[in-house]
Design a protein around this ligand. Structure first.
Ligand code: FES
Ligand SMILES: [Fe+2]
Length: 439
């Protein structure tokens, strides 16, 4: 049996573990089991800070974007009331029809197309046809369900679905992240484009590959010839990891063989030069960050991009990429960046597709992880194991499912509904044990 990930020996920031063979992956069933995935929603996703987008995409009040993490549909909008960026569940308070029907748009009046209720850009109910005459109906009690939001000083927008009182504050969840991001001037970049990949694999299949470059010499020939793979390092921080690799500076004193590529990564003298082009980004070293559980922000000189890994089921995950290019960057360099990025991402995508097919067969159970080359994988899998274990203990103690994202009843009507909800819980309990078999 595989060793418990909860006891995995993950080193503190900046320290490298001794290269001792001791750690395994989590059990392979965690990559295929629907019950584990359902449990991960409650244990991880519904209480984690999740990166969504950048504030520069909200130019005027009413600008909104729709998202879906683990099946939870929500939207982020710039409020006309106070100019702040806010998030709401995409659920009408009347009978639960989705209020937003497009992936993006702009409107300071959000009208539900079912019975005509309307909300403003601050989520407040402004119109409920014929309910004005209904005694006891209070518009104030029927605003859209808000979602906790945090916008960093660099404009990175995060949400947290948890409605529990003890939500870990953003600054504590990702301690040190905001200052880490000071190394990059996000204000000098503008939104360029997005694209999406639809993968038949578990979200962890993607993150496994994302959190190491052990596979890069084998699987990314283009990347391998663009920077020094031997310098690649993944350093766990606080629920995020910083990735490093040595880059080429656009140094005029360097020999032709060391002239930088567009990406700015240093090529080895012995390697064949892949481009004569000068580095358009100057001497910025790059800032690549994995954000537990499923997101990444990767900053280069010509552009930065984000990846949202959106789990849909145990074996279905959507990957969404947003690319922001440096203001004033020429179209050719933009195209080169996008082409390069998409080539690497498609290589990773294929790795995930084929790996998951084998995981689905149930032959493989667990494998060794390299203590240094795969310590980013060890780090995030330990977080997954810890959060799942902790939540399982809580649910077992309270003998009920605990969904941190559940919204508490707010008025008399929902209090009545809550009594009926209790009946459902009792029926569910009689129907069987919902606790998943995790290990
Ligand atoms: S569900 Fe939205 S108005 Fe009825
Ligand atoms: Fe990769």
């Amino acid at each position: 049996m595989a060793s418990s990930p909860v006891t995995a020996n993950v080193q503190p920031v900046g320290e490298k573990p001794a290269e001792t063979l001791s750690e395994h992956t989590l059990p392979a069933r965690w990559w295929v089991s629907d019950s584990v995935f359902e449990f991960e929603k409650r244990a991880i996703f519904n209480k984690s800070w999740l990166f969504c987008t950048h504030s520069s995409r909200f130019e005027k009040p009413g600008d909104y974007y729709r998202f879906s993490f683990t099946g939870i549909s929500f939207f982020i909008i710039k409020s006309k009331v106070d100019g702040q960026i806010k998030a709401f569940h995409n659920v009408c308070r009347h009978r639960a029809f989705p209020v937003i029907r497009k992936d993006k748009g702009s409107s300071v009046v959000l009208g539900c197309k079912y019975h005509g209720w309307s909300y403003n850009s601050d989520g407040k109910l402004t119109k409920a046809p014929h309910f004005d005459q209904v005694e006891g109906f209070e518009k104030e009690q029927n605003s859209l369900f808000p979602i906790r939001t945090h916008v960093t000083r660099h404009g990175l927008v995060f949400v947290n679905f948890s409605n529990e009182k003890d939500v870990t504050p953003f600054e504590e969840w990702y301690e040190g992240l905001e200052s880490e991001m000071d190394a990059f001037d996000f204000s000098d970049y503008e939104y360029h484009m997005s694209y999406e990949l639809d993968g038949q694999f578990n979200w962890k299949t993607l993150i496994d590959g994302y959190q190491e470059c052990y596979h890069c010499p084998t699987a990314h020939p283009g990347l391998n010839s663009a920077f020094r793979m031997e310098t690649y390092d993944v350093v766990p921080k606080t629920r995020y990891c910083r990735h490093y690799a040595e880059i080429v500076r656009n140094d005029q004193d360097e020999t032709v063989e060391e002239e930088s590529s567009w990406m700015g990564f240093r090529k080895q003298k012995s390697r064949k030069k892949i481009s004569q082009k000068a580095n358009p980004g100057g001497d910025f070293d790059g800032l690549w960050v994995y954000l537990f559980p499923t997101n990444g922000v990767n900053c280069y000189s010509p552009a930065w991009y984000s990846i949202r890994v959106l789990p849909q089921s145990a074996t279905h995950t959507i990957l969404q990429y947003d690319i922001y290019t440096k203001k004033g960057l020429d179209e050719t360099t933009k195209t080169e960046f996008v082409d390069f990025l998409q080539k690497v991402e498609l290589e990773d995508f294929d790795l995930c597709q084929f790996t998951q097919r084998n995981l689905n067969q149930g032959i493989y159970t667990a494998g060794y992880l390299h203590p240094t080359k795969e310590r980013g994988v060890l780090y995030y899998q330990k977080l997954v194991g810890d959060m799942v274990q902790k939540h399982l203990e809580l649910e077992n103690k309270e003998k009920r499912q605990i969904n941190p994202a559940a919204v508490a009843p707010t008025n008399a009507a929902t209090n009545a509904a809550s009594k009926l909800e209790d009946i459902c819980s009792q029926i569910d309990c009689q129907g069987g044990n919902n606790t998943p078999e995790l290990w």
